[in-house]
Design a protein around this ligand. Structure first.
Ligand code: COA
Length: 391
């Protein structure tokens, strides 16, 4: 026999917001400046990534991004970020996925976004581990190795395929592609995606990295910090635009239409995806590094040839339109070329970016913990200050 659930009580009407809001007179409180979005505020010290936008330089622990891509691997870069030591032979593989994570991923709707699945997987992984304070490089490594396997498992499960166990002979990037597709990638493909992972590994105090540091500052664990960081990166203002670059190139259609399409798009007031940057006023050094890798790919699909043509035309037309404002290629343009070139579908681009950023997030977690101070800024109060309750 089933019993009828009791009718829930009608919720009380929420109080209406105060009609009167005190108007801020200026942008300071007690002489302290208010900076929306914390723009211009120095909120941490780091020795990890140095982003020099004016000169188009990016360095991890002082090493130029171009040199790291040319001579390193994602494993050596992650190790450099975690330990400060340069070991070109450092190795990372993909990790085992605990059964609790697999059961959870099976229970997700197959329409779940890969970023949601990854964030969920990291959260469940954290619940299966002993993650004592302070966080360690061993924890950072375990989480970085776990996530590619978990993402690959979800992608297979949503296609009614069984997850593939890690192959310990493969490095982390090849292992990810193998567990995703069941095929061990060739050297050029693995190399291209590894380069993408290197340039995506770290980029200063961006929103997701800051989120990871805030969570760590409460002495929470590394899995919570990375789950929060994935949540922050999921937002369209952060996760980047490589899938929009792919869409744009598809719209251009063929090299002979590139010039006309680009001029028309600019005339309609549209922005060209993969160009311009808030910080870099020169050619994005990550785009330079990835372009070299793309050019070295032995079999360049037609799509890539078209992308290269679109870039040449876009740079010329943007310079014509904005002679005083350097609008150069940004990382997203060649990220799209690499991700599409290695066979990933655009819906996987944001989560693949999140996998790459694991090295940076976890390095910031270690750095934050090593000189921890609870992050607790103030808000400028703009509501009604004090009044009596209505009688
Ligand atoms: N295509 C066309 N015009 C662009 C442009 C682009 N990609 N990027 C900037 N502009 C224009 C702006 O509209 C602005 O023109 P206006 O003065 O006529 O309004 C002028 O160039 C100066 O813009 P700027 O101040 O340099 O840009 P920003 O700092 O506000 O924006 C981005 C930076 C990244 C948001 C912007 O360049 C953009 O939208 N790029 C395309 C999206 C993209 O590739 N995002 C990934 C970034 S990693």
């Amino acid at each position: 026999m089933t019993t009828k659930p009791p009718t829930p009580p009608t919720p009380p009407t929420p109080p209406s917001p105060p009609a009167e809001v005190t108007k801020p007179l200026d942008h300071t409180v007690d002489g302290r400046p208010y900076s929306p979005g914390l723009e211009g505020v120095l909120a941490a010290e780091t020795s990890l990534g140095l982003v020099d936008g004016a000169n188009g330089r990016l360095m991890y622990r002082g090493y130029r991004i171009g040199d790291l891509v040319a001579h390193g691997s994602y494993a050596s870069v992650a190790n450099l970020l975690w330990t400060g030591e340069w070991d070109p032979k450092a190795r990372l593989t993909t990790g085992r996925v605990p059964s609790a994570v697999i059961s959870t991923l099976r229970a997700l709707p197959r329409t779940a976004k890969p970023m949601d699945a990854l964030r969920t997987a990291v959260s469940v992984w954290g619940a299966t581990q002993v993650l004592d304070w302070p966080p360690t490089a061993i924890q950072a490594r375990a989480l970085t190795e776990f996530s590619p396997s978990a993402l690959a498992a979800f992608i297979r499960l949503r296609e009614d395929l069984e997850p593939i166990d890690p192959d310990p002979k493969l490095d982390i990037v090849s292992g990810f592609l193998y567990q995703l597709t069941g095929v061990r990638p060739d050297r050029a493909t693995a190399r291209a995606l590894d380069a993408y992972f290197i340039v995506g590994a770290e980029h200063g105090l961006n929103a997701s990295t800051f989120a990871a540091r805030v969570i760590t500052s409460t002495r929470s664990d590394i899995a919570s910090a990375v789950a929060g960081a994935i949540g922050a990166m999921k937002g369209p203002l952060h996760g980047g635009a490589p899938s929009e670059v792919v869409e744009q190139i598809h719209k251009v259609g063929s090299p002979e239409h590139a010039e006309e399409w680009i001029r028309d798009a600019l005339a309609r007031g549209e922005r060209l995806m993969g160009f311009g940057h808030r910080v870099y006023r020169a050619y994005d050094p990550r785009a330079t590094a990835l372009r070299k890798v793309v050019e070295a790919m032995p079999a360049r699909p037609d799509w890539l040839e078209l992308a290269i043509k679109v870039e040449d035309v876009a740079l010329r037309v943007l310079e014509e339109k904005y002679p005083d404002r350097p609008l150069k290629t940004n990382v997203e343009f060649y990220a799209a070329a690499v991700l599409q070139g290695v066979g990933l579908t655009p819906d996987l681009f944001p989560a693949t970016f999140a996998l790459a950023r694991h090295a940076g997030w976890t390095a910031h977690v270690l750095e934050q913990a090593s000189a921890n101070r609870l992050i607790r800024p103030d808000a400028r109060f703009i509501g009604v200050e004090e009044r009596d309750l209505p009688t």
